[in-house]
Write a protein that binds this ligand. Sequence first.
Ligand SMILES: [Zn+2]
Length: 230
Amino acid sequence: MTNRRLKTTLLFLLAGSAFTPLRAQQIPLNKYGLAVLQDKKQYEQLVRKDSAQQLVDLEKYIPGIRKDVRYATTNNFTHQRLYSSTAIYLRRPAADKLKQVQALLNKKGYGLLIYDAYRPYRCTELMFKIVPNDLYAADPKKGSGHNRGVAVDLSMVDLKTGKPVAMPTDFDDFTQKAHENYQPADPKVAANRKLLRDTMKQLGFKGSRTEWWHYYLPDYKKYPLMDIVF
Ligand SMILES: [Zn+2]
C-alpha cells in the first residue's frame, strides 16, 4: 500500500467510525414530523450510551407492585383490547422514583396499583382513531409521555384488604370529578387522593390537572417517543 493510499484508507476508516454513531442516533421522522424510535437495535444502542433510557419491568423492579392493565382488556374507554400484553415498563429514573413511592406508601399501609405505564406509539394512534378527541386521548401529532416511558397511570390499594382505595372516580373517567381541583364530598376520598399526590410529588413526579391517576416526569423530552413492544 502506498503512503497516499494508506492515508486515504485511514481517513476513510476514521470518517466511518465518526459518522456511524451519529447516523445511528438519528431517529426517523413519522408522517407528523415526530421522531419515533421503532428499531429495537437503535433502542439498545441508546441504552448502552445512557442507562437512564432503559425501560424497566416494574413487576421485577418494585416489590409488591400491583397492576390492572385496562388497555389489555375491553374494560377501558375505547371498549377495545388495545394491548396484547399486560407488561408494565417505565424508564429507569421513573422506575427508581416509583420504587421509593411504593416504599413510602407501604409504611402507611398502602401499595401502588398500576393502570398503565409505557405505551407504544401505535396504541396512542389507535386510541385517537377510536376516540378522536384530545380531551380523552393524546393526539398522535404530539405523542404522549406514556410513549416516552415516563408517564404512569396509577392508584393505590389498601394492603389489609388488597382492594383499590376509594378515589374521586374510576380510571379514565373524563368528567370534572377527575380534575385536580375537584373537592370530593367524602373526606376519605380526598385523603386518598392527597396521599397519592403528595407522595408522587415528593419524588418529583408532576400530576395532571384533569386526571387524578396520571403522573409524569417533567424532563420527559430527554426520552424519545417509542413504538417498540416489550
Ligand atoms: Zn396517563
